[in-house]
Design a protein. Structure first.
Length: 574
């Protein structure tokens, strides 16, 4: 929270430690591998209370001893427990205008703004000690335990539908589920996992593509939480043996979030995964997605063609749909008719005719595509090419004067071509209709708040040389003007990583960006497709005509301080 230099100023100003004495103690703290504040408390030069009172005086903020404070339950609960824990703060008093917050970090402005929006009250900030915050946080458990006891002490039968409905509408359960959803939105999570185990209900969030534990709820909350989510998603509350899928929406003035709900039976109960889709999310530009200038020129040239296929490939959750929507947004003008078939519709776009897949009634990608061709379209987006029928109709549509956008699950751009052949699409159709193939992955971006530079050690360089063509990568970095001299080797380059801070939850990463490879189907590539050339021959020709591979694009972004080499290696493992 506060730098060593600030601590020095605070303690000198408060006349606790003279300057010369502080410098000596700071040197001893470094030798002991301890933070200066921990070292000073250990040596009994000051206490936590004196330290935080001095910090409060320095920032001109009132200090509060929460031991003498009786906190009303409604005030305490105005900040959800996960947020109170994560940001080490507590609401201890409020009226109709202000809410008083005790915190350890008076400069955590983002969370104070969140509390202001959530409560519609003006936060008034007080400083306290870590011990007082931890003691106050225990009150959440006392409050929840009492309310759980009131619900679960009653005679209930988990298989009784009436009791499940009663449980799902009980105040603690409603509050728990509201908190889970609200905190996931605040954390910018893409998914919430609610996993029953023998002794509890584990809650995990996927943030920037990585799952992490958030909290464990008591086992007796399980039936109520699951029933509550089923009611929200309009699912069968008394069905526990079969998978179920549903959706619901939360709308406020700050966000419109659509939740896709998937429930499956497991040994310890039903597991729920909720996918969060932000309907207010702004569609990015191609530049914001992270394409290199040379790749941008290829994409812009090919999306301006009146017909053909634009394919985006990559594993699930690699941002393919976002890329397609970005391209659609550029093409979306009054002069064209755009139709899409999606599963599900993730973003709403004005002036685009979006259609939702429904396999239960036979409304498949293939059926929708056939219907679309009778709707006088210029541009068709197919959510995914999954089978031979869809592939054939899509390619015939591209051949007969339509621009077709779609996705495929392949590891890189080159292997998309044999994949289409495996689906039974003739080579001459692939060669004549495909414009470009974009392969992509998502990597986490380094947190800008705690970024630091470093040089790779010899062991890491040796490992990279075993796995990658480092000479080729260095030549590409020089060609793309990212470095000056490729001959100096990896050991001469500065790379970057995040140290870990409160803003990034000590992960060192904040947000995500794409890494890409763009295969343009030139005359030379078309000839190789017609000859049924091997993926290796196709790749050689693609690199010869200037294609950046996903790994090379990743290394450019790692060298420019956007992501780390560890991230590139993590997402490009085959």
């Amino acid at each position: 929270m506060i730098s060593d230099e600030q601590i020095k100023q605070i303690l000198i100003k408060a006349e606790i430690v003279p300057t010369a004495e502080f410098d000596k103690l700071a040197a001893n703290a470094i030798l002991s591998n301890k933070k200066i504040t921990d070292y000073l408390i250990e040596k009994r030069i000051l206490t936590n209370a004196i330290l935080y009172e001095s910090i409060a005086n320095f920032f001109n903020i009132p200090f509060i001893d929460l031991n003498n404070q009786i906190i009303r339950k409604d005030v305490l609960m105005s900040i959800p427990e996960p947020i109170a824990k994560a940001h080490q703060l507590i609401a201890f008093e409020s009226d109709d205008k202000i809410i008083k917050i005790a915190t350890l970090d008076p400069e955590d402005l983002e969370i104070f703004e969140f509390i202001k929006k959530k409560t519609n009250l003006e936060p008034e900030i007080y400083l306290t000690t870590p011990e007082k915050i931890n003691e106050a946080i225990k009150q959440y458990h006392k409050s929840l335990s009492t309310e759980f006891k009131n619900i679960f002490d009653e005679e209930t039968n988990a298989n009784n539908e009436e009791n499940l409905e009663k449980m799902a509408t009980a105040l603690p359960i409603v509050r728990i589920v509201d908190t889970l959803l609200e905190y996931a939105i605040f954390e910018e999570a893409s998914d919430i996992h609610i996993e029953p185990e023998k002794k509890g209900l584990i809650i995990r969030h996927r943030v920037d593509g990585i799952l992490r534990n958030v909290m464990v709820l008591p086992k007796n909350a399980q039936s109520g939480v699951i029933a509550r989510i089923k009611i929200l998603a309009n699912l069968k509350i008394d069905e526990h043996r079969l998978p179920q899928d549903g959706r619901f929406k939360i709308s406020t003035k700050d966000y419109n979030i659509s939740f896709r709900v998937s429930i499956i039976p497991t040994f310890d109960g039903e597991k729920i995964v909720l996918r969060l889709l932000n309907e207010k999310a702004q569609i990015l530009t191609l530049e914001q997605l992270g394409f290199q200038p040379s790749c941008l020129a290829i994409i812009k040239k090919n999306i301006s063609k009146p017909h053909g296929m634009i394919l985006v490939t990559g594993p699930t959750g690699s941002g393919k749909t976002t890329t397609l929507y970005t391209v659609l947004n550029i093409l979306n003008t009054p002069e064209v008719n755009i139709v899409t078939i999606e599963d599900p519709i993730e973003y709403r776009m004005p002036h685009v005719n979006q259609s939702q897949l429904n396999p239960k009634i036979g409304y498949t990608f293939a059926m929708a595509l056939r219907a679309f061709l009778r709707q006088d379209p210029n541009i068709i987006m197919v959510g995914e090419i999954r089978d031979q029928e869809t592939a054939e109709i899509a390619i015939h549509a591209a051949m007969t004067g339509h621009l077709v956008l779609s996705t495929l699950h392949t590891n890189d751009a080159i292997t998309t071509l044999p994949r289409l052949s495996d689906m039974g699409v003739p080579a001459f159709l692939i060669a004549s209709t495909t414009n470009i193939i974009i392969a992509q992955r998502l990597v986490r971006k380094i947190c800008p708040n705690c970024i630091q530079s470093f040089k790779l050690d010899k062991q890491i360089i040796d490992e990279l040389k075993q796995q990658l063509d480092i000479t080729g990568i260095m030549n590409t970095l020089q060609k793309e003007k990212t470095i000056i001299d490729a001959k100096k080797g990896l050991e001469s380059l500065l790379f970057y990583k995040g140290k870990g801070c409160k803003q990034c939850n000590n992960s060192g990463y904040k947000g995500r960006m794409g890494i890409y490879e763009i295969l343009e189907i030139t005359e030379e590539i078309s000839e190789l497709i017609l000859k049924k050339a091997s993926p290796l021959e196709l790749k050689r020709q693609a690199i010869k005509q200037g294609m950046l591979t996903i790994v090379e694009d990743g290394f450019i972004k790692a060298k420019n301080g956007i992501t780390t080499i560890e991230e590139i290696m993590r997402v490009t493992k085959d």
